[in-house]
Design a binder for this molecule. Structure first.
Ligand SMILES: Cc1cc2nc3c(=O)[nH]c(=O)nc-3n(C[C@H](O)[C@H](O)[C@H](O)COP(=O)(O)OP(=O)(O)OC[C@H]3O[C@@H](n4cnc5c(N)ncnc54)[C@H](O)[C@@H]3O)c2cc1C
Length: 294
């Protein structure tokens, strides 16, 4: 096992898809003296629960652009890392259940045009041909995006980590950030322990800290002084769908279709910690009385 460095340029806290992606992008931009610290195992957080649905449409054009970029990025990291990301392009359908929603789709379709998206407006009958499982009497129209689909969130995270590692970054698992402080010169000190044993792993000095703690971002922030807002959607949709059907969005209820969506979603969209072995919500509190992630 490689020892933790004592100094580095950037410490990324959290080994979900966001932390791993930040790590990869830092190395791509030439910042190779960078370290990711993950409390348990890569993808142990909400990334593990994700259905991995990829969507290009968003009310915010910047987010829509970012989503488009990400779809291309999955292909890139799969190639660079050699790690399978489970990219499956099924196409995606958004169904409108009334005229007001259909207007919204027309608007989204027009906006998609100037963002370079190739969406198509469909009649209910056309949508039904692509996705036979819905009851057309509840809908008035639809929009189709051929570029939507799903990925394997674990594969993607490991691909980012592998590609970043190949560029010089370090990834340390079983490493829990318990406290942060900052010197008067602006140097961060990141205090760590080995999660499984409670052993003190010492401090890393760095110029920048990235809080990629996901659902625990608030607790990570409290290691210092940030109060990061986080939110958790609360619903438990179930769907008898397969992996090859187009991803589908209804407006009154959101259903995403992807590998093992049903089980994962039912389990993951809840405010209580799940029973997933090793999930951070079930970690025993280690020795020490830091307020960070306790
Ligand atoms: C049921 C479900 C379905 C979803 N479906 C989709 C979908 O179809 N498409 C989509 O795009 N998104 C989906 N999402 C959302 C997506 O999963 C999240 O947006 C994404 O996983 C967030 O990643 P993250 O890296 O920010 O957080 P996380 O994956 O939670 O990662 C945070 C990591 O930080 C670590 N950590 C926390 N505190 C510390 C500390 N002090 N020291 C070290 N490490 C620490 C944790 O162990 C964890 O591994 C879904 C989410 C859920 C729950």
């Amino acid at each position: 096992m490689v020892d933790l460095p004592r100094e580095t340029q950037v410490v990324v806290i959290g080994g979900g898809v966001v932390g791993a992606s930040v790590l990869y992008h830092l190395t791509k931009a030439g910042w190779t003296d960078v370290v990711l610290l993950e409390r348990t195992e890569l993808t142990a957080g909400s990334t593990w629960h994700s259905a991995g649905g990829m969507h290009t449409l968003n009310a915010d054009p910047n987010v829509a652009k970012l989503q488009q970029y990400t779809i291309e990025l999955y292909k890139e990291i799969e190639e660079v890392s050699g790690q399978d990301c489970g990219i499956t392009i099924t196409g995606g359908i958004m169904l409108a259940d009334d005229e007001r929603r259909m207007d919204w789709l027309r608007n989204a379709h027009a906006r998609g045009r100037y963002l370079g998206m190739e969406t198509e407006l469909l009649s209910v009958a056309e949508a039904k041909e692509l996705l036979p499982i819905f009851d057309e009497k509840y809908f008035v129209g639809a929009m189709y995006d051929a570029h939507e689909g799903h990925v394997d969130p674990s594969g993607v995270t490991h691909a980012f980590a592998k590609a970043a590692g190949d560029n010089g970054a370090q990834v340390h698992r079983d490493t829990w950030v318990r406290a942060l402080d900052r010197s008067s010169e602006g140097i961060w000190h990141v205090h760590t322990i080995r999660t499984s044993t409670g052993e003190d792993l010492g401090t890393i000095a760095c110029e920048h800290v990235v809080n990629a703690g996901g659902l625990w971002a608030r607790e990570v922030g409290r290691c210092w002084l940030w109060n990061t807002p986080t939110f958790l959607p609360k619903t438990s949709p179930k769907s008898p769908l397969t992996t090859k059907q187009p991803a589908t969005k209804f407006f009154t209820a959101l259903t995403l279709v992807a590998k093992s969506t049903c089980a994962k979603k039912a389990e993951g969209f809840c405010s209580e910690p799940t029973n997933m072995t090793g999930a951070p919500g079930h970690l025993k509190k280690p020795p020490g009385n830091s307020g960070c992630n306790s």
